[in-house]
Design a protein around this ligand. Structure first.
Ligand code: AMP
Ligand code: MG
Length: 466
């Protein structure tokens, strides 16, 4: 029996709009996450429920309102334009939103159709479940459904719907929406709600902000360690819980370039790989400014509020650097990497960038000696390797094997799976999802999924779900 307990709808009416999902003509399950379903107590759900045609008992469907900076430009009103939140389920691991992405039009749809096509739905399912499997905080995927309808984009595509599970859908942009309207009472209510829900150890707003900053520092460092490029780090796509959210035109780096960008809409490289920490910092500054009004009273003035918030914001680079060092140190088999290990890490990345070495397979190749094969200048690599061998921890293999997966969701494989599904064959998507659910051990028979793309398989651009 599903235990719904919908705390967000207990916030004032101006936080959301009650709305039922639009009917899907002929729902068909494509990917179903049985483990997650069991954990959530929804093992009996079928395609009709997942597509929004049948509303389970206890659900109270809504669309949430938010605003956000999109590529730096302020949009005062966004919101769930193609998603309906069914409600919240409480489990022994906490409270989770269940969210139908691609469920039809809402009051926040603007000119959109409220729908998604099956391609981005499969991409988000596969990538978010991989992120979970490697231990990155992330929203999860319960189901990918074909709706039976058609969705018009550059051409007509089969409609899709993702059932997404998240610790919450409270975004930086949710705080910004109310702040822009000078609805400070709502900002205060939202702050208290999010604090109780995600960081109950924080006893006030400043401590809450500090926890959000810390969680983002950790999150972005784990992305960097995987060569992950989110692609649309707008403030409406940043969850204060610290989970990765809104997998749009995201991709993992094959041949390493710090400037890697895949999103077809990111023409200036605002959200390129190496930009991600500074973009997160920028987003966190926007969040901090939302807290000024409520802290003015608490701290006895605007300047005091700004000073306190600035101090927290300024902690981001140091926290991020420490996390980054930990992540990349582990990839080299170094437990608790120190400040003076940075040159060792940077020198390897420098060689990789120069030669376009495969990001994942170079790090993974440190385990079996094949990393050297990725380098054009083997002598320089051998010098580096001597330094590395002198420094790595005694149990370096254990550490390194847990820090770099043997297989990642490569863009050409995702595209291949999407194309197969468009042709009616879901076996490739199913295989990818299965193999990537245990990405640290790659069976001999699945070695092909670990290989980088050949020249003719390379995908240079990824399109959004919209
Ligand atoms: P995104 O860039 O995917 O995070 O979306 C930005 C905003 O556009 C959000 O408010 C979405 O709800 C909205 N949106 C995206 N796609 C659609 C669509 N097909 N129909 C309606 N709204 C959409
Ligand atoms: Mg979004």
């Amino acid at each position: 029996m599903t235990q719904f307990d919908n705390s967000y709808v207990r916030l004032p009416d101006r936080f959301f709009t009650r709305i039922a999902p639009e009917r899907a003509p002929a729902p068909e399950m494509v990917l179903w996450n049985a483990d997650l379903a069991a954990h959530l107590g929804v093992a009996d759900w079928d395609a009709e429920i997942c597509a929004g045609n049948v509303i389970p008992d206890g659900a109270d469907p809504i669309a949430q309102v938010y605003g956000g900076h999109q590529f730096g430009n302020w949009s005062p009103q966004l919101g769930d334009g193609r998603a309906v939140m069914l409600g919240e389920v409480v489990t022994d691991k906490g409270r989770f939103d269940i969210h139908l992405k691609g469920a039809g039009r809402t009051p926040y749809s603007r000119n959109g159709d409220g729908r998604a096509w099956i391609g981005p739905v499969l991409r988000e399912y596969i990538v978010s479940e991989f992120m979970h499997a490697v231990g990155v905080p992330t929203t999860r995927a319960l189901a990918a459904v074909r709706t039976g309808g058609r969705v018009q984009r550059e051409r007509a595509y089969p409609g899709g719907l993702l059932v997404r599970v998240a610790a919450s859908h409270i975004r930086v942009g949710t705080f910004q929406y109310f702040t822009a309207r000078e609805d400070y009472e709502a900002v205060r209510l939202l702050t208290d709600h999010a604090r109780a829900r995600h960081f109950p150890q924080a006893t006030n707003t400043i401590e809450f902000y500090q926890e959000v900053v810390r969680a983002q520092a950790r999150l972005i460092a784990t992305w960097m360690g995987l060569g992950f490029v989110h692609g649309v780090m707008n403030t409406d796509n940043m969850a204060v819980s610290g989970e990765t959210i809104d997998f749009g035109p995201c991709a993992f780096i094959d041949g390493y370039s710090p400037k890697a960008v895949y999103s077809s809409i990111d023409t200036h490289g605002r959200y390129a790989y190496e930009q991600q920490p500074s973009m997160a910092h920028w987003n966190l500054a926007q969040l901090g400014s939302c807290f000024v009004p409520q802290l003015e009273d608490e701290l006895g003035g605007q300047q005091q509020a700004i000073d306190a918030l600035t101090e927290v914001l300024n902690s981001f680079p140091g926290l991020y650097q420490a996390e980054w060092r930990k992540v990349f140190g582990a990839k080299l088999g170094i437990a608790d990497a120190r400040e003076d290990d940075l040159p060792l890490i940077q020198d390897l990345l420098g060689m990789m960038a120069k030669d376009g070495a495969d990001f994942t397979n170079t790090f993974r190749g440190l385990l079996d000696g094949s990393a050297r094969d990725w380098m054009l200048d083997r002598e320089i690599f051998d010098d580096w390797s001597a330094r590395w061998q002198a420094r790595r921890s005694p149990d370096w293999q254990d550490i390194a094997a847990k820090a770099t997966p043997a297989v990642i969701p490569r863009n050409h494989r995702i595209e291949e799976a999407i194309q197969a599904s468009l042709a009616g064959d879901d076996s490739k998507a199913k295989r990818l999802a299965e193999v990537l659910s245990h990405p640290f051990d790659l069976a001999e028979a699945d070695r092909d999924l670990g290989l980088p793309p050949r020249e003719d398989q390379m995908v240079h651009m990824t399109f959004c779900g919209t």
